[in-house]
Ligand binder design. Structure first.
Ligand SMILES: [Zn+2]
Length: 244
């Protein structure tokens, strides 16, 4: 039964179009800290926005082929962040989150979905423009609004399409973002549990993480104490974490 849900974007959601696996190939991975594993990288035909999204199969995925209710594959939809994922930017926590996700999924078996929606879906240049506004005092959400974008334009339709193409009907979602679980549920994915990721706090991203916790209702347990006060109060921090 379909229950009408208020959509952040205000658009009606069309039925989920089918996507198919286009190719798959093995890619050995080695991260800058020396962690290494192997990924089965999938490409797709028919993804809704026509972009080149990837699924990385990690660890033992055999349970996907013979679904076992006791073992649900761990899946993380990770939105592309060129500055964080590739260059190690400390303005956000995307790089450490990606690194953590790969290892945790490889340990239990599942998929990392690498979604080409940079900067909360507003694009790379706009994200860098938003950084400029943040340096002038706006938080990450206010900056996106000032640029004429929504607070968060990420859409998980292609993630749901990829999961369906991979035969994933039930997943454990590795995420702190309740909006991901809500969108995926509306798209027909059964999320059996949400597994939180770690908090990757630095002096440069403390304000960003506090804003995510406050404005995006992310389930982040930010440390509150003298060190956190210093982190959240300094270097562009836009306030202390409102959640406890
Ligand atoms: Zn990032």
């Amino acid at each position: 039964m379909r229950r009408p849900m208020p959509m952040r974007s205000g658009r009606a959601r069309p039925p989920l179009p089918a996507a198919t696996i286009r190719t798959q190939v093995t890619v050995p991975l080695r991260f800058s800290d020396g962690y290494a594993t192997s990924a089965r990288v999938f490409t797709f035909e028919g993804l809704a926005d026509g972009r080149e999204h990837l699924a990385l199969g990690l660890g033992d995925r055999s349970r996907v082929l013979r679904p076992d209710p006791r073992h649900v594959p761990l899946v993380r939809p990770h939105s592309e962040c060129l500055t964080g994922d590739v260059f190690g930017s400390e303005r956000c926590d995307c790089g450490p989150q990606l690194r953590e996700a790969v290892e945790r999924i490889a340990d239990t078996g599942g998929y990392l979905l690498y979604l080409r929606q940079e900067g909360r879906g507003i694009g790379l240049y706009a994200k860098l423009d938003a950084y400029g506004l943040q340096d002038a005092g706006l938080d990450t959400y206010e900056a996106n609004l000032a640029l004429g974008h929504a607070e968060d334009e990420r859409d998980y339709t292609v993630a749901a399409q990829m999961m369906r193409a991979l035969g994933l009907t039930r997943v454990a979602l590795l995420s702190n973002n309740p909006d991901k679980a809500r969108q995926l549920a509306r798209l027909g994915v059964t999320v059996t549990e949400t597994v939180p990721t770690g908090v990757h706090l630095s002096a440069s991203n403390a304000g960003y993480l506090a804003t995510k916790a406050r404005r995006g209702a992310h389930t982040l347990d930010l440390p509150i104490g003298p060190q956190a006060e210093w982190l959240l109060g300094g270097n562009g921090g836009s306030g202390r974490a409102a959640r406890s």
